[in-house]
Design a protein around this ligand. Structure first.
Ligand code: CA
Ligand code: CA
Ligand code: CA
Ligand code: CA
Length: 238
């Protein structure tokens, strides 16, 4: 019977590697989300927030109307990668001297953002440590907004995609990207994700609770079972 153990472990590994990752294409069908129709993601491992139109943080947000609306933010972890998806009416090339911000990560939730993910420009998809941020110009309390310096650790695919979905007369855009979990130092405590525009007319803040993947939980369980088997055998020898 014992010789079956490696086969079982191999099967568990296979189950982990064949788990379907998110496709970075600006479409949210892989999240089970249809903007304005179905905001609730299909997987309960997703951390998310939806603030389509008047959300929390400011009584009149989005200030300036629908075009500034930051609508939803999603986060999930899979295969060593952290995936993010953001829904907004704000265009990738900006509007009225305001430009899209970058995604901030506040690891210890103290209001300063130690990491960031570039959403636009020639460094799009770049993952930064200790970034220098611009503040939000019109609503400073919405800040920080854009990365203008720091150490770029890695670059991963990221798209800022104009969908054909129109809401209140404005197109809906999807920012979909990812970053290497190990670049973040494999945190085990909750951390904050953040996005706004350079004006700060709307803002999304999401607290993420890191949880191991079901696959890794299963592997941990398998390892534990193996250890138990070992100690049982040792005991029996005495
Ligand atoms: Ca996708
Ligand atoms: Ca909206
Ligand atoms: Ca909003
Ligand atoms: Ca911090």
């Amino acid at each position: 019977m014992r010789s079956f153990f490696p086969i079982l472990a191999a099967t568990a590994l296979l189950a982990v590697t064949t788990a379907e990752a998110y496709v970075i294409n600006g479409l949210l069908d892989d999240w089970g989300v249809q903007p304005h129709i179905q905001w609730i993601p299909s997987s309960n491992s997703v951390n998310w927030i939806e603030e389509d139109n008047w959300g929390s943080g400011h009584p009149n947000f989005p200030s300036g109307g629908e075009i500034y609306d930051a609508e939803a933010l999603y986060y999930d972890f899979m295969g060593g990668m952290a995936y993010v998806a953001l829904v907004t009416s704000f265009p990738s090339n900006g509007y009225m001297y305001s430009y899209p911000g970058d995604i901030g990560i506040d690891l210890d939730r103290n209001g300063s953002y130690e990491y960031g993910l570039k959403t636009t420009g020639h460094l799009q998809g770049g993952f930064f440590a200790n970034p220098t941020w611009t503040n939000a110009s019109t609503y400073p309390s919405s800040g920080p907004a854009r990365i203008i310096g720091g150490t770029m650790l890695d670059v991963q695919p990221l798209v800022y995609f104009e969908t054909e979905i129109i809401e209140n007369g404005f197109p809906t855009y999807i920012i979909e990207g990812r970053f290497d979990w190990s670049a973040l130092g494999n945190p085990s405590q909750p951390f904050n994700l953040h996005w706004t525009q350079s004006c700060g007319n709307d803002v999304l803040n999401l607290t993420v609770t890191p949880v191991p993947e079901p696959g890794s939980l299963f592997l941990l369980g398998t390892g534990y079972a193996a250890l138990c088997g070992l100690s049982w055998r040792r005991r029996k020898k005495k």
